[in-house]
Ligand binder design. Structure first.
Ligand code: SF4
Ligand code: SF4
Length: 219
């Protein structure tokens, strides 16, 4: 079943900060063959808004906290606005009339790394309930849009259309929960004795390469 995303201008890939995990970054780097420095950046954020933020020891950064995110670059269809580094975009020749003046009527945006996109992108805009068994989708809003291109979903979501494959969507949500939890633990370890930015991804890469071990678990 098709979803609105298939024909949308991808306002969510333009407007929001996409918090990725080291797993996402390392997978994209491996699949696309790009060095991490090409597409990953760190963003200084408020710990109140973003739980499990990263600390660094570099001079001038010790009082700040950071998240990993994908770089943003200038949009070609909406100059002076930003979009995800990986978002491909075009102006439609035939507009979608019933979307009226919404940018999703005239513009289309598609993920350029769809098969390797971060887990947060895969599950957006859905989440699991408290028991981890039922998935929910909530129509996103962006009331602070400074440009129309940052508007999100051109049509309302329905529960029936939130996933092409409901089981696959739930599996993605479960995997997202696992990877987020794993990265949170890895960040907590790093933050016990934070090093410089230049060492962070090598530290994470080592953890991820060694997380499947032979032998009995230690509890
Ligand atoms: S990786 Fe793809 S889905 Fe995720 S924000 Fe970028 S363009 Fe959008
Ligand atoms: S979640 Fe909304 S804004 Fe993002 S691609 Fe889908 S329909 Fe468009």
């Amino acid at each position: 079943m098709a979803t609105i995303c298939d024909t949308c201008h991808a306002g969510c890939c333009r407007a929001f900060i996409l918090q990725i995990t080291a797993y996402d970054a390392l997978l994209i780097s491996r699949d696309i063959g790009l060095p991490l420095s090409e597409f990953v950046t760190i963003l200084s954020v408020s710990p109140e808004q973003f739980p499990n933020t990263i600390a660094f020891s570099d001079t001038g950064l010790q009082d700040q906290r950071f998240v990993l995110t994908l770089k943003k670059v200038e949009s070609t269809v909406a100059p002076s606005t930003k979009k995800c580094y990986f978002l491909q975009e075009w102006q439609r020749i035939q507009v979608i009339e019933h979307r009226g003046s919404h940018p999703g009527a005239r513009t289309i945006g598609r993920c350029g790394i769809y098969g390797s996109r971060p887990l947060m992108c895969q599950v957006y805009p859905s989440s699991l309930d408290g028991t981890g068994t039922i998935g929910y989708v909530v129509s996103p809003t962006n009331k602070e849009a400074s440009h129309e291109i940052y508007s999100v979903c051109p049509e309302p979501w329905s529960a029936a259309s939130f996933a092409k494959e409901p089981a696959a969507a739930l599996h993605s949500l479960s995997l997202y929960g696992y990877e987020k939890n794993f990265f949170d633990h890895a960040i907590a370890e790093w933050n016990r004795n934070p090093g410089p930015i230049s060492e962070f991804m090598a530290y994470m890469s080592n953890i991820y390469e060694n997380r499947l071990r032979l032998g009995a678990s230690v509890t």
